[in-house]
Design a protein around this ligand. Structure first.
Ligand SMILES: NC(=O)c1ccc[n+]([C@@H]2O[C@H](COP(=O)([O-])OP(=O)(O)OC[C@H]3O[C@@H](n4cnc5c(N)ncnc54)[C@H](OP(=O)(O)O)[C@@H]3O)[C@@H](O)[C@H]2O)c1
Length: 329
């Protein structure tokens, strides 16, 4: 085999179009591995990468997106990996400037790769993907930093990839979870994954953001940013923590210092793509053991030829749960 199938984004006049193409298999560099990708998954960042350079994720095209990949080592020039090892790669520059998991093969530095945990299948790892890794990192960090255990934990963008896995994990850990969503028809989904209460986004945002508001929540996992995050900051308990990972609701954060200096609230930034590989490994271990959640019912499996329509949905904020891309056949 000298070429593999991948979803290649190419410039086409004013727009960027994806299609399935055959791509030459690269020669393996020193300290790199070639992975036969069996599964990838769809994340918001992939949709931005697929949409052209103005979205700031990928600068050079033609390009194969996909910040997640799970598969078997095909060739290794690293002492740490042998042919046939089952592995996961998420983030770093894969899917941004290095061809990613929307191709059947990836060529990456060995120090971006983690071995698949014992109690996890390749498919399960991509049910989580970067969204799950980010959700677990967010939960880990707010718990470690401090939350008010007597009050509910709020999750924003709750039906999305990161949000839905965060709801799942927090519920599994025994917290009362309030799911903030813009969707009016996903109550059953949110209850099924563990939400105790559903907060409508329009209701939540009806009153203007105040410097300090009633502290209804014991902490929060925010996946959307913007004014929603500003409002969340004003509504959490003294000494509690909020994680921030996303910007689908806006990049600007207009808040006041009062929650920080009068309530000792902590805002914790999450950058899962660039986390040290040891941290990623520790989160994968958690997700395969104590924090394992079954995402099979909240994940849709697609083939490469359906990626186009799923990208449109995620850009419109319409995705519910996770989307896994299955290669082969
Ligand atoms: N920093 C990191 O390490 C990291 C890692 C992964 C993802 N992210 C970021 O996290 C965010 C979520 O990623 P994802 O993969 O979970 O995407 P996703 O599956 O599309 O989920 C995003 C969810 O946010 C809500 N939403 C969409 N548009 C919105 C808007 N205009 N205003 C308010 N809420 C809106 C929707 O949920 P509801 O309808 O339920 O409200 C949507 O399902 C993205 O910004 C992504 O770039 C960051």
């Amino acid at each position: 085999m000298s070429a593999y199938k991948g979803y290649l984004i190419q410039e086409d006049g004013d727009s960027y179009i994806g299609s399935i193409k055959f791509i030459d298999i690269p020669i393996v560099q020193d300290q790199h591995v070639l992975i036969n990708v069996e599964f990838s998954s769809l994340n918001y960042k992939d949709a931005l990468s697929a949409s052209g350079p103005k979205y700031g994720v990928t600068r050079e095209y033609p390009f194969v997106p996909g910040i997640d990949a799970a598969g078997k080592i095909l060739e290794s020039k690293s002492p740490n990996f042998n042919v046939g090892d089952e592995v996961i790669v998420t983030g770093y520059s894969m899917g941004m400037s290095v061809f990613g998991g929307f191709g059947e093969i990836v060529h990456v530095p060995a120090n971006w790769v983690v071995k698949l945990p014992k109690n996890m299948s390749l498919k399960e790892s991509m049910n989580y993907g970067t969204a799950g890794l980010t959700a677990a990192a967010s939960v880990r960090k707010i718990i470690d930093n401090g939350i008010d255990e007597k009050k509910p934990i709020l999750v924003s963008g709750a039906t999305g990839g990161v949000g839905s896995v965060a709801v799942n994990i927090l519920s599994k850990l025994g917290y009362e979870v309030h799911a903030l969503t813009g969707k009016n028809n996903e109550d059953i989904f949110l209850k099924t994954i563990g939400a105790d209460s559903i907060v409508n986004r329009d209701d939540f945002m009806q009153d203007p953001v105040r410097p300090l508001d009633k502290a209804l929540y014991g902490g929060a996992v925010d996946t959307v940013g913007g004014d929603i995050l500003a409002k969340i900051i004003s509504k959490v308990s003294p000494k509690s923590s909020i994680s921030a990972c996303g910007n689908v609701a806006g990049m600007q954060l207009n808040t006041s210092v009062f929650p920080f200096i009068l309530r000792g609230v902590s805002l914790i930034g999450i950058d899962s793509a660039e986390s040290p590989i040891e941290f990623k490994q520790s989160i994968w271990e958690l997700l395969s053991n104590e924090w394992k959640v079954d995402l099979e019912n909240s994940t849709r499996d697609i083939k490469l030829d359906a990626v186009d329509q799923e990208i449109k949905k995620i850009l419109n904020g319409e995705q519910v749960g996770r989307v896994v891309i299955k290669h082969g056949e």
